[in-house]
Design a binder for this molecule. Structure first.
Ligand SMILES: [Zn+2]
Length: 101
């Protein structure tokens, strides 16, 4: 077993866990109930962590994590500089006024 990722929260940890499992990588989430003590201990101790069962899966797990990061960037939102409307980050033109984003 080895620690792979410190999650922002429980949701973040499980999202990655499910992606790893889909890729056939055995992994576990630890610390998911420790969030209430954040502030009393160093953050990396209290945050949910994703651990890999086999160290040799790490390169593949890194790929899964990178894919997830890219998807998140794309699913954010972009504010139109012309009309201030929020658009999904994968849009190239503002849905409201047609301005290039
Ligand atoms: Zn616009």
């Amino acid at each position: 077993m080895e620690r792979f990722y410190n999650a922002i929260n429980r949701f973040d940890a499980y999202l990655l866990l499910h992606r790893l499992q889909q890729a056939g990588i055995a992994a576990h989430v630890f610390n998911e109930h420790m969030h209430s003590i954040v502030g009393d201990v160093p953050p990396d101790v209290a945050q949910p962590q994703v651990w890999l069962e086999r160290a040799r899966d790490r390169p593949r797990a890194e790929t899964v994590l990178e894919t997830l990061r890219v998807e998140r960037l794309k699913t954010g939102s972009v504010r139109c500089t012309n009309c201030s409307e929020d658009n999904p980050a994968n849009f190239e033109l503002c849905w409201k006024c047609g301005q290039s984003l």
